[in-house]
Ligand binder design. Structure first.
Ligand SMILES: [Zn+2]
Ligand SMILES: [Zn+2]
Length: 365
């Protein structure tokens, strides 16, 4: 183990010539450790080894960084894609050379949820999404390679670039949320927040048949990205925007509001933009509790949808949405850095002053 400053990026290599196994972990608040091990990884009998092409940096990683690792180790770097370099004896789903994205397996059929008939809430897939299975690796995709259970990978849909494949995971998170919300065709949708999750959600909502999509975002750079994606109703938060939501809907408010900021203090004001009988869909993950008006939510008969991660089949849906052009992920990709630059980019993202949307880490740099 050495400090980040003392470590140079791993030597570029091809899929066939596995060299050192280099990876990053968080060991204390705002401290990233770089590790290099001489031996390449070996797959378990039911596992695969993947040479990482890219791993996206997300708000969860920034939280893992600032909190000193209060997320499971394999979740620090969970938006990865790469090429299978080795497969275990029992693996039939992929072969050496298959391009894959990190995913969760299908419903296992044997956990308490599956046995009760609740396969869409499979405990095994939930544990995989949260990095808490017994065989979860001790690091995530900020790594030259990773060894995981074969359930944790899905072949990349033909036609997707490696950069697009690296943004499949957040595209799947948002696909899952819009699917769970059951938004009706023609709905008036408001998206609160235009970071990567908000911009992906807005696109899925449009793809799912929204009549209108109104985006609320304080950053002008992010508002411009929303406009570049073809959204015409893009506004800064404030009284004028609130008034517009109502004046443009005959006083009703939004049929559906997707909360994509994760700012706990916004939950009540977001709920107040939803019409009576409408739906508040929660995607942004708050790091603190929030005070909301229970009587308001109850008396206005709001439907509240919680959404976390995804099911196996959502990955296929997300990749199809990218390939069809319904969801543009290219516009979200604002930078690529090497593994050694990860601590600096996490510090930048944590500062709140970064203009980046989605940064990819390329461990081959
Ligand atoms: Zn993420
Ligand atoms: Zn199960």
């Amino acid at each position: 183990m050495v400090n980040a400053e003392q470590t140079s990026a791993p030597t570029p290599r091809s899929v066939d010539s596995r060299l050192d196994h280099s990876y990053a972990t968080v060991d204390a608040p705002r401290s990233v450790q770089m590790h290099t091990e001489a031996e390449a990884l070996l797959p378990a009998a039911d596992g695969v080894v993947v040479a990482i092409s890219y791993c996206g940096v997300c708000a969860t990683d920034t939280h893992g960084y600032t909190s000193g690792g209060l997320i499971p180790p394999s979740v620090f770097g969970h938006e990865w894609t790469g090429t299978v370099t080795a497969v275990g004896a029992d693996v039939t789903s992929v072969t050496v050379g298959t391009r894959v994205v990190a995913c969760v397996g299908p419903a296992c059929g044997s956990c308490p949820q599956c046995l009760a008939g609740n396969s869409s809430n499979c405990d095994t897939a939930f544990a995989e999404a949260n990095g808490i299975t017994a065989d979860a690796p001790n690091h995530g995709g900020f790594s030259s390679e990773i060894a995981v259970n074969a359930r944790r990978v899905m072949a990349v849909l033909d036609g997707l670039t490696d950069e697009q494949a690296a943004i499949v995971e957040p595209t799947t998170v948002t696909f899952h949320a819009v699917k769970r919300t059951g938004q009706g065709i023609g709905s008036f949708v408001v998206v609160q927040g235009a970071g990567p999750i908000g911009l992906l959600t807005a696109q899925h909502a449009r793809h799912a048949g929204a009549g209108r999509v109104l985006v609320i975002e304080p950053s002008e750079a992010r508002r411009q990205t929303a406009r570049d994606l073809g959204f015409t109703e893009v506004y800064a938060p404030g009284e004028e925007t609130t008034a517009l939501v109502f004046s443009s809907s005959n006083g009703l408010g939004a049929d559906v509001l997707y909360e994509c900021t994760g700012v706990a203090g916004l939950f009540q004001s977001s709920a107040e933009l939803v019409r009576r009988g409408g739906t508040l869909s929660l995607l942004g993950y708050p790091m603190s509790s929030s005070e909301v008006s229970y009587p308001d939510w109850q008396s206005r008969e709001l439907t509240v949808i919680g959404s976390l991660a995804y099911n196996h089949e959502d990955f296929a849906g997300a990749m199809l949405a990218i390939r069809s052009g319904a969801v543009n992920v290219d516009i979200l990709h604002t930078g690529t850095v090497g593994l050694a630059e990860l601590p600096a980019i996490l510090a930048e993202l944590d500062s709140g002053k970064s203009s980046h949307s989605k940064v990819l880490v390329d461990p081959r740099r």
